[in-house]
Write a protein that binds this ligand. Structure first.
Ligand code: NAD
Length: 239
């Protein structure tokens, strides 16, 4: 932990890359934890894919209603706030996130590349109107005023990542001399390409994750078995 605090102070451009494990301490489940991930015993294609959107719409809508309820129930935690403070203090250049919950921005982070879109809004597949995602929880909330189906503004299995977020993430990664992964199994591509790109460009790579990941061998420092919130608080004390 001392080492990471020292690297953060020395870095000229530190970048954080977050996954669903960043938000479990807020109360949102992750996807692939061995004990309680959302996908445990489930096939993601049945719920969160373009196939589900077109051919299994009731199941799709129920799944995203459940996710939107989670957003309303939960808040960013102290770890999200610490990252926002680091950006304000000039210790962190930006955040690349796979999360769709918007907690980084809610906690005050400004430069955030959302690789998988945002669950904060929904958009009409016919006229393109957008609404806050809370609408999903209202009666008939999946239907636009024009009659079209409203879908969440997230990237589904079978879709490409948004161009603007990809460009932003690539720019952050190529300039980073310290790249810190927080709470990702690093199993989802192309998102898991960024830690590898950072390493290729000479950054120190740090992976903080409850369980081991496939990229641990590439990392300069791996912290397993500790909660992100407590790791960030310890680093904050060492700064
Ligand atoms: P993942 O579920 O594959 O991996 C999360 C990892 O975080 C796990 O390996 C787990 O051991 C670790 N973890 C969980 N809680 C932790 C904690 N408190 N401290 C340290 N580590 C912890 O998630 P991923 O790699 O982000 O997978 C990508 C997909 O997950 C994306 O498609 C993303 O959109 C989606 N997702 C997002 C949210 C969200 O927005 N909050 C929630 C669920 C899934």
């Amino acid at each position: 932990m001392n080492r990471l605090a020292a690297w953060l102070k020395q870095a000229s451009s530190a970048v954080v890359f977050t996954g669903a494990g960043m938000s479990t301490e807020s109360g949102l489940p992750d996807f692939r934890s061995s004990l309680q991930g959302i996908w445990k015993g489930k096939d993601p294609i049945q719920f969160a894919s373009t196939h589900a959107l077109y051919h299994n719409r009731d199941v799709f809508a129920d799944f995203y209603r459940m996710r939107v309820e989670g957003l309303i129930r939960c808040q960013p935690h102290q770890g999200h706030e610490i990252l926002a403070q680091w950006e304000q203090a000039g210790l962190l250049t930006g955040i690349i996130t796979q999360n769709v919950d918007g907690f980084h921005q809610q906690a005050g982070s400004r430069r955030v590349a959302e690789l998988h879109g945002s669950l904060r809004s929904i958009t009409c597949m016919v006229c393109g109107s957008t609404y806050p995602s809370e609408r999903y929880l209202q009666p008939n909330g999946t239907t636009c005023q024009c009659g079209g189906f409203l879908r969440p503004c997230v990237v589904l299995f079978g879709e490409s990542l948004p161009e603007a977020a990809l460009v932003e993430a690539e720019e952050l990664t190529q300039c980073a001399d310290l790249f810190i992964v927080l709470g990702s199994s690093l199993q989802v591509s192309p998102a898991n390409w960024f830690p590898q790109l950072a390493k290729e460009h000479g950054a120190k790579l740090v992976i903080v994750n409850m369980e081991p990941t496939e990229l641990d061998d590439l990392a300069d420092l791996v912290i397993n078995g500790e909660k992100i919130g407590s790791v960030l608080q310890q680093i904050q004390c060492d700064l």
